[in-house]
Design a protein. Structure first.
Length: 220
C-alpha cells in the first residue's frame, strides 16, 4: 500500500514539475524538481531487498547524489560532474549484482552508441575549440556507457530498463544542448529521467535467480 501511494505521488509531482512549473523563479523550479527525486529515494528506502542489502544501500546513495545533481545542473559542468559520481554508485551497485557475461549483440550496440555520441556531441565541441568541455563529454559518455553495460550484466529487468532510460534522457539533453533543438525536450528529458530513477529504485526488490551446483535446481 505504501509503495503504491509513493509511486502515485512520484508520478503526480513529476507531472506537476514537467507541465506546470514555470522557468522562473529558478529557486522554486529547482525545489519542485527535487520533490519527485526525494519521493523516489523514499520509495527505495521502503522497498524490501529480496537479495542484497548492500545493493539497496549503494542504489540509495546513487539516487541521493543524482538528486544533488538535479539541483546544480543549472551550472552545467558542476551538474555533469555530480551525475558522473552518481553513475559511479550505480556501477558499483550493478557490479555487486552482476550474474552473466555481456551478450555480444548488446556490447556491439552499446559501443556503437558510445562511439556515435562521442563523435557527434564531443566532436562538435572539439571542432569549436571547447577542448575541456569535449573531454568532459567523452568522460561522461564513457561512464554512462559503463553504467548501462553493468546493468545489462545483472539480468535484472528493472535495472536494465532504468539504465537505458537514463541513457535516452541524457542523449536527448546532449543533442538539444550541443547539436540542434529538439521539440518537447523538457518533457522527453524529464519524463524519461524520472522513469529511469523509478525503475532503478524499484530494482532493489528484484528477484535474483542463482544456480546451484546442479543447474537443474534453481535457488531463489
Amino acid at each position: 500500500m505504501v509503495q503504491k501511494l509513493l509511486l502515485t505521488s512520484i508520478i503526480i509531482m513529476a507531472a506537476v514539475y514537467i507541465f506546470f512549473i514555470p522557468p522562473e523563479p529558478v529557486g522554486f523550479k529547482i525545489f519542485m524538481k527535487l520533490i519527485p527525486m526525494a519521493l523516489i529515494i523514499l520509495l527505495a528506502r521502503t522497498t524490501r531487498p529480496l537479495f542484497s542489502r548492500t545493493y539497496k544501500k549503494i542504489i540509495i546513495m546513487g539516487l541521493f547524489v543524482c538528486m544533488i545533481a538535479d539541483g546544480v545542473i543549472y551550472w552545467f559542468l558542476a551538474g555533469l560532474v555530480t551525475f558522473f559520481i552518481g553513475h559511479i554508485f550505480y556501477i558499483l551497485a550493478f557490479r555487486h549484482m552482476q550474474r552473466k557475461p555481456m551478450p555480444i549483440w548488446a556490447a556491439i550496440l552499446l559501443l556503437l552508441y558510445g562511439a556515435g555520441m562521442a563523435f557527434w556531441i564531443a566532436g562538435s565541441q572539439f571542432a569549436s575549440g571547447q577542448i575541456v568541455l569535449g573531454i568532459a563529454i567523452v568522460a561522461y559518455i564513457g561512464i554512462i556507457l559503463t553504467m548501462g553495460w553493468m546493468a545489462i550484466r545483472t539480468r535484472m529487468t528493472l535495472a536494465i530498463v532504468g539504465a537505458l532510460l537514463f541513457m535516452f534522457s541524457d542523449s536527448i539533453l546532449a543533442i538539444d544542448r550541443f547539436v540542434y533543438a529538439i521539440p518537447y525536450r523538457d518533457v522527453l528529458v524529464m519524463a524519461s529521467y524520472y522513469a529511469a530513477q523509478i525503475f532503478i529504485a524499484a530494482s532493489i526488490g528484484s528477484r535474483v535467480v542463482k544456480y546451484s551446483v546442479n543447474r537443474n535446481n534453481l535457488i531463489r
